[in-house]
Design a protein around this ligand. Structure first.
Ligand code: C2E
Ligand code: MG
Ligand code: MG
Ligand code: MG
Length: 291
């Protein structure tokens, strides 16, 4: 007799689940080795001022190449690291590496704020705030040159969270909400946090400006940011039409392939020296705007 689709599903489910778990354990092991063997690196994605076209910041994004697994995307390995707790060690490495890099730039006369992604588990560590303070002190970096990107789900905790945010903010550290619009934060709670900016999630930017509900959501977020006196940055901007729309509605900054993907440090520095419009005859989006 023929198996129904459902029976096929049942037959294969346990095996696939176990395979997944095995794969995750293997990846977790490979990550731990990778950290010890310095196989992780940080790339930096430019954050661009929508009016001046200047690069005003850099988001540190993890990159990992394993000799057997090859280049693995953070979308794959971050959830595994979060599930196993390895994200605490990995996140600490990211923090130190990014602060070191910003301090290097500062010593060379470049004030480039660096944004670091923080996982919930990392943020919930009792010593997190102290780790940040120690890392800044160790490298002699002003808190203002470090931004922490937090997600809405991480911020649902109450007074404990507010206390930590207040301590970070008192150190000058900038606080941003990443992937804004995808979580369920209450606005009255948001208002009590010492935030500096909102990052509009890429999912709302992708279909701009044709998708009317996405356009309305992005407009609403920009207005909300205005009202709360926060700056607002849009992620995932890939074309000039999106950029133009965001500029027209008063968004402050953008990040996206239109300017550059996350770049290794030499390429990032190169980009600062040579804006795209100066690099060759190919028609490039104009990033420097004269109004
Ligand atoms: P995220 O923090 O929201 O970062 C933005 C992601 O969008 C990055 O993917 C970036 O490369 C990608 N992106 C930027 N501009 C564009 C664009 O114009 N088009 C498209 N299609 N994509 C764009 P990436 O580097 O793969 O990172 C994925 C996620 O992994 C990040 O999302 C973040 O949640 C997490 N992640 C990366 N590095 C770290 C880290 O050091 N620590 C933690 N906890 N999470 C990290
Ligand atoms: Mg981010
Ligand atoms: Mg983001
Ligand atoms: Mg995102």
């Amino acid at each position: 007799a023929k198996l129904s689709g459902r029976e096929c599903y049942r037959l294969h489910q346990p095996e696939d689940g176990a395979g997944d778990r095995r794969h995750q354990m293997r990846m977790d092991h490979a990550m731990r080795q990778g950290l010890a063997q310095q196989r992780f690196r940080l790339h930096y994605q430019p954050q661009v001022d929508l009016v001046s076209g200047r690069i005003v910041g850099a988001e540190a994004l993890l990159r990992w190449r394993d000799p057997e697994l090859g280049e693995v995307s953070p979308a794959q390995f971050i959830p595994v690291a979060e599930a196993s707790g390895f994200i605490i060690a990995l996140g600490d490495w990211v923090l130190r590496q990014a602060v070191w890099q910003a301090a290097q730039w500062q010593q060379r006369g470049l004030q480039m704020p660096v944004s670091v992604n923080v996982s919930a588990l990392q943020f919930q560590q009792a010593e997190f705030v102290q780790r940040v303070a120690d890392t800044l002190a160790e490298h002699g970096l002003a808190g203002e040159l470090l931004e922490l990107e937090l997600t809405e789900s991480l911020l649902q905790d109450g007074d404990e969270t507010l206390g930590r945010l207040a301590q970070l903010s008192a150190m000058g550290v900038r606080l941003a909400i990443d992937d804004f619009g995808t979580g369920y934060s209450s606005l009255s709670y948001l208002k009590r946090m010492p935030l500096r900016r909102l990052k509009i999630d890429r999912s709302f930017v992708r279909a701009l400006p044709q998708d009317e509900s996405d356009a309305a959501i992005v407009r609403a977020i920009v207005q909300l940011a205005r009202t709360m006196e926060l700056t607002v940055i849009a992620e995932g901007v890939e074309n000039e039409v999106q950029r133009r729309f965001l500029q027209d509605i008063g968004c402050d900054e953008f990040q996206g392939f239109l300017c550059a993907p996350a770049l290794d440090v030499p390429s990032f520095e190169q980009r600062l020296v040579n804006p795209p419009e100066a690099t060759g005859p190919a028609p490039r989006p104009r990033l420097t705007l004269v109004r």
